[in-house]
Design a protein around this ligand. Sequence first.
Ligand code: ADP
Ligand code: ZN
Length: 804
Amino acid sequence: MTPRYALVALPLPLATPYTYRIPEALGDRIAPGCRVVVPVRRRELIGLIVEVDVDAPAAPPREILALPDSEPAVSSQLLATAQWIAGYYGAPLGLTLKSVLPGGMWGESQVMVSLDNGGRHLGGLAGEIADWLKQHGGEAAVSSMSRAFKRPVWDAVERLSRIDAVSLRVRAPDTDAARLTERTLSLLPERPTLIERDALFRRRPRQRELYEALESLGGSASVRHLSQQLGFGDGVVRALVKQGVARIGEAELVRDPFADSPATEPPAQLTPDQRAAVSVIETLEPGRSALLFGVTGSGKTLVYLEAVRRVLAQGGGAIVLVPEIGLTPQTVSRFRGAFGNEIAVLHSGLSDGERADAWRLLRRGERRVAVGARSAVFAPVARLGLIVIDEEHEASYKNGETPRYHTRDVASVRARLEGARLVLGSATPSLETLASTEQQLRLIRLPERIGARPLPPVDLIDLRTAPKVPDTGPLAWSTALDEAIVATLARREQALLLLNRRGFAAFLQCPDCGEVWQCPRCTISLTVHQAPAALRCHYCMHEEPLPFTCRVCANPVQQMRGVGTQQLERLLIERYPKARVARMDLDTTSTKWSHQRILGGVEQGTIDILIGTQMIAKGLDFPNVTLVGVVDADTGLYLPDFRSAERTFQLLAQVAGRAGRGPKGGRVLVQTRHPLHHALAHAAHHDTERFLGTERQLRDVPPYPPAVSLVNLIYSGPAERDVGRSAAALADWCAGLVAKYQLPVTVLGPAPCPLARIKERWRWHVLLKGPSDSLGRIVRYAARRLKREGKIRLVIDRDPVSLL
Ligand code: ADP
Ligand code: ZN
């Protein structure tokens, strides 16, 4: 028989797949999309068959070792989707497939060898292996044998297996997450006041830090988290218990936080607008897309539910994508309410094994609806009929590492390949999506809130002139916002306060010499944190103690600039002592289900004021929230990024949409120093269309998406001069291509990135502007340059969402 060969993609940054010989025994079962175990240097890895019966390579290839599954793990359409991603974004196919298949399915060294016929005398390495196996219980992993013998043992093992001296078996990757309970530390319900705390914790700063860390974590945290993530040892934990303010408990580790979350019953009747929207979706041609452009509270979720229900009724399946699963518990519980056990929720808290389980259920059609963030776009839903992307404008739909895909575009390709329909939903669609409604995208509008409830009035408070509450330190606190909070509390209603800057203060500056504390590894000022007290870099997690004196002029007094959420929390506790305040930002939500705990508190009315970063702006539907305050609307307005106005508008519109969702109505107060900026002025009138119109014009000169497409080529490395030199060579090379093929492309740069250094790596970029197909040609060529040049790395970011 003539030997046969297959191309195998490996989860490694390799430019091309490797070729392997197909063993005769596996010949009739090997097909594209199958997982196989192959030898790679001195290891055995799981790879995916990309193509069978390819030409023989120049060098004699190694043989495929095993085929663990009875059928392909990746369908032909998903494989084609991955191939599109690799081509379009200039990413290695193996790394792309790595994000398609869940982590638990890429095991290493899963091949076990067991001794069958030890009686025979064998010479050489084969004999040594047989003896070794005899001494080690008769079975071992090939990898541990390789380690024991300090050299590859595969060839010998194969010889042994051919003469039936041993048999090989592929062990499934480890799928259980063992620990089911863990120790927790919780604060007791009677919390000391700030003054009592000063007495209680005098000369015990570490205990106070722990106390306040717990408080900001919602009152309770696992002891393991406190020690591993926050560095609080057993001693201080025990001391806090001895003080009588906290206790140790045991909590069951939550496997699926949504499993017992209330499954919300959907409203019985669709409104006429919703019904019309559903029928437009139903009559879309297979493979086509629509934008559901509906104001906040217009009932988009029910439209998705109904569209999914109809797909299920016809025997199909669906994927529902949300920006971040932890932030959208209400959406998830509505889906669970409607479809119960048909749903697989793919959230980030799943272990590899659990994720692989969910994946298999979907693949076999035992679950038919996948709900999840970005990566759920690859869920192996059988007979896929519909993909929904809620809040399609969210930046989190862009993958931040190779392959740098945009979920929206991947979904559109996958929908076309599988004949499914794609629905994008948003109250504030991105300019790109809106632009494509002129061509391939159907536009569906939901112009009104449910029950014709008005959108809440939005008042801009001009911080330059508005009367302010005295003595609030660096925080500008207008009397208007102050009075609104007092009135809301008096009515026993709830308030959300948005401040999109976490930490205590944005940075530390010496008032005498102006020195600003910067991260030694990044060109970023360090953020002041109070609980625990430290200067911390939000990019690389570098941490250092708060200094007492200026390192330049030795001046003892440091000034904190730019109020963060931690400081806001302090000020609120002091100013409204009776209010129950909670904070939701990256620092308080580092444990698995902390979002749920905090949001549950708002839902049950045990929290009066919730402050938070952009996390609190999304998808929440709390009827008793009647006041939304934006503490500083200008935090993101002047970032050096072409999307800063768009992001600011979206954030304001989304957070404003959280107010007045119940019969009590509501209002929104926005503190700003730029009330005339178009993002603020149009947000104040809920005028998304006007904002998009104005912003679209600003994207013409100089051109930015959607007027042109972009590719950002970023070089990074430890030595700035080398990085700059590589970037300059790259820019010349791009300009050469543009001239040679006469492409309508502008090459900008090289220039340092706005964030010029991150994690000790200097960053320079070259920005290409032009029509997408021309840029695609350059990306194809550039992908071949992806090889590392010493310590310098090139990243290709096609259709970037941020240029920082
Ligand atoms: P959006 O996602 O557009 O912001 P939601 O889907 O959250 O809006 O709906 C807003 C509120 O209106 C929710 O409380 C929802 O239960 C309610 N709702 C939606 N559709 C209907 C309907 N047809 N009848 C009654 N209430 C509805
Ligand atoms: Zn840093």
